[in-house]
Write a new protein. Sequence first.
Length: 507
Amino acid sequence: MNGASGQAPLRGGALALAAFALALGTFMQVLDSTIANVSLPTIAGNLGVSATQGTWIVTSFAVANGVAVPLTGWLMGRFGVVRVFVTSVALFTLSSLLCGLAWDLGSLIAFRVLQGAVSGPMIPGSQTLLIAIFPPSRRSTALGVWSMTTLIGPVAGPILGGYICDNYHWSWIFLINVPVGLFCALVCWRSLHTRETPTRRLPIDTVGVVLLVMWVGALQVVLDKGKDADWFHSTFITVLALAAGLLFLVWLIWELTDEHPAVDLRLFRSRNLLFGTIAFCFGYAVFFANLLLMPLWMQTQLGYTATWAGLVAAPAGALAFLLTPLVARAGNRVDARIMASLAFVAFGVSYLMRSDFTAYDDLWTYVLPLPVQGIAMSCFFISLLTIQLDGLRPEQIPMATGISNFARITAGSFAASLITTLWDRREAMHQTRLADHVTALSPGYQAAVEALQGLGVSAAQAAALVSREMTRQAYQLAANELFWLSGWIVLAMIALLWLTRRPDNGG
C-alpha cells in the first residue's frame, strides 16, 4: 500500500469490491446522521414523548460523534487504520440493532450515544483507506468514490426515513444498517487485514480527551437546545455557552503545548489544511443549512409532504452521483483550486436562483436550482479534500481527516441551529411590517375579505385566511433573504481558496 503498509495498491475486482465496502461504511454513517431527523415526530409519538424530548435522539448522536471524530487519529496511530475502521463498523452495526430494539426514549438515547461514539472513525477511516488502496496518481478517484456516498447520504436520509415511517415501523431506520454493516465489516477485513498500517505506542492524553468531551458536549447542547430556550435569554444556555468557550480555550492551549496531544492541532501549520478546512466548513455549513431550510419551508408553508419535500432535492444528489466519477478523473489533471472555485460558483448560483422563489411557484420552479447544486456537489468534496491533504505525510492523514470531519460536523450543527433561528426572527420582522400595511381599514384587506366571503366563508374565517397568508408571505420573504445570503457567503469563500498553494494532485 503506497501509504503505510508498503504493499502495492489494489487492482481490478479486488479494488472495486474494497472501495464499494468502504464507501458503504461512509454512507451508513452519513445516512444515520440525517435519517432520524424527518422521523422524529413518528418516533416521539410511538414512544409517548413530546417532539421536544424527541430531539435528544438526534442531539445524543451528534454529541457523541462530535467527541469521537477528533480522536480518530490517535486511535488509528495506536491500533492501526484497518483494525479501528472494521471495529468501528462492527460496533456501529451492533448499536444500530440495539437502537431498533429500544423499548423507550431513555434506552434509545443511550443506544444513540453508543452509536455516535463508535461511528467516529468510520468517515476518516474510509477516507484514509480509500486513498491507500488506490494508486497515488488516482487520489482524486479515491476521494471521488468517498464523496459520492457522502453526497447521497444527506439527500437519501430524509426520503428513506419518511418512507419507512410512513409504511413500516420506525425501528427499521436503524435495523436496515445491520445487513449492510455486516457486509461492510466482513469485506473490509477480508480485503485489507493484511494491509494494516504500522502502529506505535502512544500515551493517552487523558486531560485533552476530558476537556474535549466537556466543551464539545456543552457546545452541542447549546446548538441543539438554544432555539427552544430562546438562546441567551435563557440563563442555562448562557452559562453553558460561556463554559463551552472557556473549556475550548483551555483545551486549545493544552493541545498546542502537550507533547502527545489527542488532537494534533499543529497540523494546521500546513497552509492548505488551515485555509482548506475553513473554506470546507463554511461551504458545508451553508450547504447543510439550505438542505434543512428548503424542505422545512416546503412542508410547513407550502403543504408538501415529507416525502415530496425530500424528493425535490433528489435531482441534486442524482446529478452529483453521475458527475463525480468524471470530476474525479479530471481532478487528476486540473488544479483543485479551480475545481473548488467552480463548486462555490455553482453553489452560489443555485442559492441566488432560490432567492426569487414565490409561494405560488410550481414544483419544477423549485427543482430548477437543484441540478446546478448537483454540479457544485460533484466538485466540492473532491477538490476541498485534495487541497486539505496536500503535503501531509501518510501517517498524518488519519489525524487530518479526523480534524477536518470534526470541524465539518460542528459547522453543520451550528448552521442548522442558526438557519432556523434566523428564519423565525426574520419572519417575525416581515410579519410586523406587513401588519403595518395590511390593517382592517386598508382597502386591500377589505377587498380580500369581501372576495373570500363571496366564496362562502364567514367574516372570521376570511380574516383568519388573510392572516395565514400574511404569515406565509413573511416566511417566504425570510427564506428568500437567507437563500440570498447563502449565495454571497459561498462566493466569498473563493478568495480563501487562492490563499492555498496548488496541490500536487498526483498525491
